[in-house]
Design a protein around this ligand. Sequence first.
Ligand SMILES: Nc1nc2c(ncn2[C@@H]2O[C@H](COP(=O)(O)OP(=O)(O)OP(=O)(O)O)[C@@H](O)[C@H]2O)c(=O)[nH]1
Ligand SMILES: [Mg+2]
Ligand SMILES: [Zn+2]
Length: 376
Amino acid sequence: MSKSLISRRPLFGRGSSAVPTPGERRLSALQRLGWKPYFQQQLTLEELNDCEPLRVMAVHRNQLDLAGENGERALPLTPALVSDDVQRRPTIGDWLLLERGSGKFLRLLERSSQFQRMAPGARQLQMIAANVDSVLIVSSCNKDFNLSRLERYLALVREAGCRPYLVLTKADLCAETDTYTEALHGYPDLPVALVNSLLPDSVAQLRQWCLPGETIALLGSSGVGKSTLLNTLSGEQLAATAGIREDDSKGRHTTRHRALYPLDWGGLLLDSPGMRELGLVDVEQGFAATFGDIGALAGNCRFADCRHDSEPGCAVQGAIESGDLDERRLRNWRKLERELARNSRTLAEQRAGDRALGQFYREVQGHARERKLRGD
Ligand SMILES: Nc1nc2c(ncn2[C@@H]2O[C@H](COP(=O)(O)OP(=O)(O)OP(=O)(O)O)[C@@H](O)[C@H]2O)c(=O)[nH]1
Ligand SMILES: [Mg+2]
Ligand SMILES: [Zn+2]
């Protein structure tokens, strides 16, 4: 395995003699890697005997770093693993089924959740992670704090059916943390923690959200302190961190690759590079859940096709006038709705193009076979 991210600590170090602390469930080695009944029930009795499940802990250009019951191993990325369909390619957090002994890749297990985004530039679907239970959306108490970005993350997390939490870092550097917590009064369902990521006592409050056997992803812009949180929560220097730019509080994109880190108490943290752009795609339900208030208001507009501009009897504009709805939120709702529609169109066109190309290749191959049979 190339530079292993997980071998610095014994994955299965707590032997059978380890005494669980009160309230702690004794987890098997696989459960400590996030194995759940949801995955187990996808295996036949035969597969339970002849195969072993391994989790993708990191994805490299030519190989996957895997971890399973018997430790870690690398799996070279062969054509069988690199499907044309981006969503079928193994991503971080996936469970793979390998044949015992030969180590041959058999299949990718169905995911309990998945995150994807429209990659900037290339405008292609890109997988972010799979089989995540909770997401710590990380933002710092400085210029990084941005409600519209938070709504973007919430749409993504809610679509995947994961639990979102908000971690506000750098509380120690901020004289008026109330400004940030007050700005969040419109999100009563979102648990918020204010921390100094460098202090173990301060980040200890996050342990209640990082449960044994669960996979928790740290998502947020560069420089907000995701890797610092990982290091402090684990008590080890697992990931590199670096200072941010003084002038605009932006980070330096220190973390380059996503990686899963098992924690002592059985949870797993996913550290990822700060995302410059989180293009939303295929998250209609998560979007509707994030903007449920606007959806409900729109239902009360006089006209069914109200555009919420200046139509008479518009309940959305009424809520803005009365101060019940923030105009920024409406602007973001419009922006994300347009973005979702645009990205769905792009994706549909790409998929149609791929299908047409596939059909073309099949026809060419068919003709070639016929010619061969005829002996041309
Ligand atoms: N004082 C203080 N500094 C912090 C806190 N959290 C992070 N930092 C500092 O902020 C800088 C950036 O932290 P990182 O952990 O590298 O940020 P990141 O989110 O992992 O950034 P990328 O890997 O680039 O995405 C480092 O210098 C950290 O020491 C905090 O709560 N308080
Ligand atoms: Mg980092
Ligand atoms: Zn309206």
